[in-house]
Design a protein around this ligand. Sequence first.
Ligand code: TA6
Length: 313
Amino acid sequence: MNIDTLNSEFGIEGAARFSEDRGGLTLLSLRTGGATAEVYLYGAHVRSYQPVAGRPVLWMSRASRFVGPSCDASGDGSFGKPIRGGIPVCFPWFGVHPTDRNLPNHGFVRLKMWNVASVERTESGALTAKLSTASDSETLRLWPHEFEASLLLTLSNDLAVSLEIRNAGASPFTMTEALHAYFAVSDIRMVTLHGLDGAEYVDKLFESDRRLRQRGAVRFTAETDRPYLDMPDACTIEDAGWGRTIRIEKSGSRSTVVWNPWIAKARRMEDFGDDEWTGMLCVETANALTDAVSLDPGAAHTMGMKVGVDHDG
Ligand code: TA6
């Protein structure tokens, strides 16, 4: 659908508008009295969330690519490139594919176009936008299961994002998934992550499945890549540098993945500025590793996150 058709069918004057953005990607911009948010139809990728009187809550690399699916006849171009920042949607697997490392990291739905199902204003003045996608010949080549996926954004002062997956096939499947949120911070070395005390985690830097246990809050002094498992609780990012706390509540999620690449890994990523590691922290609402979710035919599962900001003092 082109921009004019999208705006005539789904636009809301002064609140919801479609435009063409970087790389020709279609962007939906939402505005309430308290906050703004933007989401690409490509990957149903939330690009930004910002309270009106505040700093950006989500981080985006200045080196990110914005390359959607090409439209070449071969059909091989039906997947684009990952966007580095915002909230990538990871499904039907989280991380490296368990048996074929040549398959896209974090699954393929962040690399394909989604459709607009609805854009509405609620009685309370919040805005909702629902995007949808489903299995097709390309996805079935990579993962032999039929599914329907929808992403629901709800913007008030806070931003809520939920991912619903439905098994549209005739056999059960097992999935892992994440809302891989990149949060903007003043300086990762001045940040404390609360809410994971006592939780078990796997330290992915050591390529082992050994479970470790978190003692107290998480502070950052080196590359950190940790799925916390069997952990359904909320987290808060305490940012002493900016005098703010980011609240991350979740539902339908038993994993919280915490990631900062630090210096060396940031340098190795071409879509990540060498000096940008200080300004971001991933706290991902997920179902990863042993928290995988199995769905019978016709069954559905919803995983959600809700983000808000409180200012100190
Ligand atoms: O969630 C952490 C992680 O799995 C890291 O290992 C790192 O690979 C990150 O995701 C980013 O993955 P991407 O495929 O987007 O570069």
